[in-house]
Design a protein around this ligand. Structure first.
Ligand code: HEC
Length: 170
């Protein structure tokens, strides 16, 4: 299931470069709120929408939202695989569609330059937690232990929730 390390490293390089470039642009980052905090809020739509609006070019916005829908589909397919204890399949879906391997697939370097730093970090955290999930799920195919797998899965969804709580795109 592993893709060449080179591809991942390249995609990461782009993201890192975009992140560095943005560190000089404080005006765009000052409204960022800590995303981890957002994940702790107890649901319930607030009456006012305080998410930061991020401007994307129209085509990129559409592509990003299509990726998002695939993220949700991937989560569903992971849960389906876990329900039949097909840990390897769950790991594979997580790594390929949500993990570090998916960065290139999603054209992350192109999207990252439109994102405030906090949003980039939320994206990176999500990709990392998905790759971590893949490792935990692979371990479970030897141990049969479901609990750590569910905990790792909830860390992925926690990262989805955190970014959604902080940002919207226009
Ligand atoms: C880096 C930030 C970020 C992460 C991480 C993230 N999303 Fe999103 N997602 C967004 C933004 C921004 C929107 C658009 C919200 C808006 O404009 O109202 C969105 C929208 C969506 C939508 C709606 C798509 C549509 O057609 O309108 C779905 C579904 C979705 N995300 C699923 C997920 C899932 C599942 C995950 C985790 C596996 C995830 N997202 C992780 C930022 C993120």
């Amino acid at each position: 299931m592993r893709k060449p390390v080179f591809a991942v490293a390249t995609a990461l390089g782009f993201v890192a470069a975009a992140a560095l470039a943005q560190q000089h642009d404080h005006s765009r980052d000052q409204h960022d709120r800590p995303v981890t905090q957002a994940a702790d809020s107890h649901g319930a739509a607030a009456s006012s929408d305080e998410r930061q609006v991020v401007q994307f070019p129209q085509a990129l916005r559409e592509r990003t939202l299509a990726n998002m829908r695939d993220h949700l589909l991937a989560l569903q397919q992971i849960q389906q695989a876990l329900s039949t204890e097909d840990y390897d399949k769950a790991a594979d879906i997580a790594e390929q569609r949500l993990g570090m391997t998916s960065l290139k697939l999603h054209g992350s370097h192109e999207v990252a330059k439109y994102m405030p730093l906090g949003m980039q970090n939320a994206g990176t955290a999500m990709h990392r937690s998905a790759s971590h999930f893949a490792l935990v799920a692979q371990e479970a195919s030897a141990t049969g232990e479901m609990k750590p797998v569910l905990a790792a899965l909830s860390r992925i969804t926690g990262n989805c929730v955190a970014c959604h709580a902080g940002y919207r795109v226009k």
